[in-house]
Design a protein around this ligand. Structure first.
Ligand SMILES: [Zn+2]
Length: 344
């Protein structure tokens, strides 16, 4: 099968396009004909071998966690999926045996894996994965649209609804609304929760797109963010901050949080270290929520929301599989808005 794979960590030049064997699903697995796979920062970090990621490369590694396609083969013990089912893949592999999995708190699984990181992913014509990682999608959702849902929407959903519990009377600041998770968070905060949404971005063109998605206010990086937030919130600050940038903006942004504010961090794109004023946190009843992905059943909700057009339609660009290098380059150059999708 045609695949994009790496044999070592490095620049985009370690991405190889070529043939790899297809494989046969084990008893609890399914084989999927992949049609679309969206790109995440994690794919870039995995390719580069940074942010704590080191692969052993005993065999070629296929990147890509968020993908959608059609089931072409099922393992002998799979009963709830059939050949021809249209599915999207949740890349979070769980053990289904630990205490957290049994209680349904799957994001805290003690033995987690991730498709595209700890096992081969969807940058290929076919992928073999546990059947429990597949979710059926209706015909009204395209494979490309479905492939954008898992990582960024699950993470945004977990932060806004489960962790921060943002309310419709509150204001959320979403750092970098042009990123996949930023764009997803704008839609959930506005279209589902109906909160006041403020976001930041780098250019006027991206600001127009962020407003079209539902942002009430967009602050450009060149503007004085403190002044603008004070104007918009009458000096109260924002109730919730959604951040995946980390180090570069952490200290500045934390100052923008209101009393009782919740700071959600889901990435460290700019670095992982940050100073923190513990006194201000307790005196102001603030909290910090680390978030990675989300609960398995929440992806079902997100598929329904995409069906109802409350979320989705944030595809920035599409690249054929053989041009995966260009897709990585586009993400590295920060010139995108939303999700970059690889077509297979
Ligand atoms: Zn588990």
């Amino acid at each position: 099968m045609k695949s994009v794979f790496i044999n070592k960590h490095g620049s985009i030049n370690v991405l190889n396009y070529g043939e790899l064997p297809e494989g046969i699903p084990k008893s609890t697995e399914v084989k999927i004909k992949v049609y679309a796979c969206s790109l995440n920062r994690l794919d870039i970090f995995t390719r580069m071998g940074i942010k704590g990621i080191k692969l052993n490369f005993e065999t070629p590694h296929i990147l890509g966690g968020d993908f959608a396609g059609e089931i072409t083969q099922i393992g002998s013990k799979v009963t709830d999926r059939k050949i021809g089912d249209r599915v999207v893949v949740n890349p979070s592999v769980i053990c289904n045996r630990c205490e957290n999995c049994i209680q349904g708190v799957t994001e805290l699984c003690s033995n987690p894996g991730r498709i595209g990181l700890t096992s081969n992913g969807g940058n290929a014509e076919f992928s073999i994965i546990p059947s429990t990682n597949t979710y059926k999608i209706p015909k009204t959702i395209s494979f490309h649209e479905a492939a954008t849902l898992p990582t960024v929407y699950l993470t945004a959903w977990t932060m806004l609804t489960r962790k921060a519990q943002l309310k419709d009377s509150e204001t959320v600041l979403i750092i970098s609304g042009s990123s996949g998770v930023g764009a997803a968070a704008i839609q959930i905060a506005k279209n589902v929760i109906q909160a006041q949404v403020i976001t930041t971005t780098s250019t006027k063109e991206k600001a127009v797109k962020a407003k079209a998605l539902g942002a009430d206010h967009v602050i450009l990086h060149e503007e004085d963010i403190h002044k603008k937030i004070n104007q918009i919130t009458s000096n109260r600050g924002v109730n919730v901050i959604i951040d995946h940038m980390g180090q570069s903006t952490w200290e500045n942004n934390f100052e923008l949080l209101s009393k009782g504010g919740r700071f959600c961090i889901c990435g460290v794109t700019s670095g992982y270290k940050g100073e923190i004023h513990l006194g201000k946190i307790f005196a102001n009843n603030q909290s910090i929520h680390g978030t990675f992905m989300g609960r398995h059943q929440d992806l079902e909700k997100l598929i329904r929301l995409a069906e109802d057009k409350k979320i989705g339609n944030i595809i920035d660009s599409e690249f054929p599989l053989e041009e995966t290098k260009d897709a990585h380059l586009r993400m590295e150059k920060q010139s995108f808005f939303g999700k970059i999708v690889i077509s297979i």
